[in-house]
Design a protein around this ligand. Structure first.
Ligand code: AMP
Length: 280
């Protein structure tokens, strides 16, 4: 695996790899790689002959009171894991300036109305920061394919909308959610949880499953959502939101919506926010 830390090294490596046949797939991450991330690389390898993973803890997507400083950084382990997956290139910028020339002068992209709903309501500006960095990575790397996880459902929809406008040639691939044995979606933020909290957190997935079952049994949507919120609170999980949307995240008002839809939930446990969803 070729490790690139500057824009110059990245460009040089991409130039070399452009001589090889086949497509290039990008997997953007913030590092602290777990099996969820590695599943994206495995999927990328089925779609493309060349893979590039980026590891960049993007300051633009963290609010002032969020965990940018303490976000887990595990470079050595990450490199070992990427080598095992036979990732071809790693872009791990040595500073923000290798991504954005002057980070304090970056003009952020606007994530619009959807960017201020669901997670965006709780994390103002978060999705503007996400879109800005992903757009920049697309500009720097110009991949044929980019892979994103369904765990961050809203992020993946907003990136799809942005790419359709600004990078129509890049195909986006959505990778399924990888979970731990108890059902909790793998996430770097799970590291912040105690063993007991991790077990309690499994109730978010349970709640999503129960809600899907109730929907299939034609229960009233309002009742399903009320029950979900009461269930989460009874388990000491503080719901930030719990909603049913269509698969493009438009609000569903009808109970018998026929198309693909998704229950999405965000909870806080001991000041740690976890998200999950089930599409059906
Ligand atoms: P992050 O490092 O948290 O920014 O995540 C990088 C990518 O990995 C994003 O596309 C995430 O949606 C994806 N990802 C994170 N956790 C999981 C998971 N449990 N299953 C599948 N994809 C995931």
């Amino acid at each position: 695996m070729v490790i690139t830390r500057t824009r110059e090294e990245l460009y040089k490596t991409l130039e070399e790899f452009s001589k090889r046949p086949g497509k290039l797939a990008l997997i953007p991450t913030m590092g602290n790689l777990h099996d969820g991330h590695l599943s994206l690389i495995k999927l990328a390898k089925l779609k493309a002959t060349k893979t590039i993973t980026s590891i960049f803890v993007n300051p633009l997507q963290f609010g002032i009171n969020e965990d940018f400083k303490k976000y887990p950084r595990t470079e050595k382990l990450d490199i070992e894991k990427l080598k095992k997956e036979h990732c071809d290139i790693l872009f791990i910028p040595s500073s923000g300036e290798e991504v954005f020339s002057k980070i304090e002068k970056v003009k952020t992209l606007d994530s619009g109305n959807l960017g201020s709903e669901l997670c965006g309501k709780i994390r103002p500006g978060h999705f503007d920061g996400v879109l800005t960095v992903v757009n920049r990575l697309f500009e720097l790397i110009n991949p044929d394919i980019a892979v994103f996880g369904a765990k961050d459902y809203q992020q993946q929809i907003l990136i799809k909308q942005m790419a359709k406008l600004l990078h129509p040639k890049i195909s986006l691939v959505k990778a399924p959610i990888i979970r731990s044995k108890n059902g909790v979606a793998l996430s770097s933020r799970n590291n912040y949880l105690s063993k007991k909290e991790f077990e309690i957190a499994a109730n978010l997935f349970k709640c999503l499953q129960n809600s899907v079952n109730s929907y299939h049994k034609r229960k009233e949507l309002n009742e399903i959502l009320d029950n979900a919120n009461s269930f989460l609170i009874s388990k000491n999980l503080v719901p930030d939101y719990f909603e049913l949307r269509d698969s493009e995240l438009n609000i569903i008002s009808k109970n018998n919506f026929k198309g693909n839809k998704v229950f999405l939930g965000s909870i806080t446990i001991n000041n740690i926010r976890l998200i999950d969803n089930i599409e059906f």
